[in-house]
Design a protein around this ligand. Structure first.
Ligand SMILES: *Cc1c(COP(=O)(O)O)cnc(C)c1O
Length: 393
């Protein structure tokens, strides 16, 4: 029955497990461990535990499983495992597949911590790394080697909002016998069917749109049953970054409203782009679903809406960007994203300050660059706030 439900129905009902009390809201099983009726039952469970049988919180928990199953229903994934943070999801998804002597091809335009994992930790562990321009399929093709095991990319990059061709990279990866791992945070689980486009594994920082209200950290990895059971779970359960049941409960409740929130935020983002386009204080504005975006056609073909983040370059460099940020009255200066509250950040001095100046320049992250995560406020209030602050820039 559930397979035929539309996404919004799944977001409210999928994965629910009711206890003997028949509670309406999902129960929070705030427990580290589980008890057994007999020594024989404990022995049997350690040999093989069924889907509704738990052993220890690091291996699994009923509330966490409800969150995993709701995400599986939304993504059309065979299996999933939730993690303590988005970075535990990204790093575990890669580490569990790689060993010394293997090769990974990755898009260069990555979230700072993702880049550190790929370009620093993996290299230190004897894994060969090739970084490519993620928007150029020829570079992906040229980078493949006989020992390439994994291709990795962010569907939409942070903060320059480059769009990668998921189906194109997936087919190159598969031709070379490699798996494609996609960090789908910016595309959101609402606007892109990443597994259906050909990715093998999709990862999220649930800290962003899935919570969506600035409360908890979390992450999730989704893929085939074989990948989750044979590779990801053994890695994660022994290294330890499992999701707390409390955070899973918050994420479950976040999922009930994520489609409505993302839809409203993406619609407001589009209105803001239209209102700011042509403003004489802005040199360029980036939003995947805007006609001026270099990969507009690709974005339209693989996403239903453009996401909830806009980036733009303010004329006048850092001084002008800071004057603009300090003049905002509703929009808050913060480096999170996907939140109900609109948040603005200056990547050069915050999220991307560890990049070298040359790397930033080649990625197009200039001193006047501002990233805006669009929230749930009234679009007219946000537009007025932005236009007034731009006058101060
Ligand atoms: C925030 C983010 C992460 C890391 O998530 P945490 O929950 O902060 O660990 C990874 N990738 C992308 C694209 C992100 O935006």
């Amino acid at each position: 029955m559930m397979e035929n439900w539309k996404s919004r129905t799944k977001l409210v009902h999928a994965g629910v497990k009711r206890s003997q009390f028949g509670e309406l809201s999902e129960a929070l099983f705030l427990t580290q461990g589980f008890v057994y009726d007999s020594a024989e039952q404990a022995e049997a469970r350690f040999i093989e535990s069924g889907p509704e049988e738990y052993i220890y919180g690091r291996y699994g928990n009923p509330t966490v499983r409800m969150f995993e199953e709701r995400m599986m229903a939304l993504e059309g994934a065979e299996d999933a495992f939730a993690t303590a943070t988005g970075m535990a999801a990204v790093s575990g998804a890669l580490f569990c597949m790689l060993r010394a002597g293997d090769h990974i091809v990755s898009s260069r335009a990555l979230f700072g911590s993702c880049l550190f994992v790929v370009d620093n930790i993996l290299r230190r562990w004897g894994i060969e790394v090739t970084l490519v321009d993620g928007t150029d399929l020829d570079q992906w093709r040229a980078a493949m080697q006989t020992n390439t095991k994994v291709c990795f990319l962010e569907a939409i990059s942070n903060p320059t909002l480059e769009v990668c061709d998921i189906a194109g990279v997936a087919s190159i990866a598969h031709d070379g016998g490699a798996k494609l791992v996609v960090d789908n945070v910016f595309a959101t689980p609402i606007f892109q069917r990443t597994l259906q486009l050909g990715a093998d594994i999709v990862v999220y920082s649930a800290t962003k749109h899935i919570d969506g209200q600035g409360r908890c950290l979390g992450g999730i990895v989704l893929g085939t049953r074989e990948y989750i059971q044979e590779l990801f779970i053994p890695f994660n359960k022994h290294t330890g970054p499992s999701m707390s049941p409390f955070n899973a409960w918050v994420m479950l409740k976040g999922m009930e409203t994520i489609a409505l929130r993302c839809d409203a935020q993406a619609d407001t983002a589009k209105k803001i782009v239209n209102a700011l386009s042509g403003n004489n204080k802005i040199n360029r504005i980036l939003f995947p679903m805007d006609k001026s975006h270099p990969q507009y056609a690709l974005a339209k073909s693989q996403m239903t809406k453009g996401g909830t983040v806009i980036s733009f370059e303010i004329d006048g460099g850092k001084r002008a960007a800071f004057r603009f940020l300090n003049a905002l009255k509703i929009i808050i200066i913060s480096n999170n994203l996907g939140d109900a509250k609109s948040l603005a950040t200056h990547p050069v001095t915050t999220t991307h300050k560890n990049m070298t100046a040359e790397a930033r320049a080649s990625a197009g992250i200039t001193d006047g660059f501002v990233r805006l995560s669009v929230g749930l406020e009234d679009p007219d209030d946000l537009i007025l706030d932005l236009l007034e602050a731009l006058k101060e820039a």
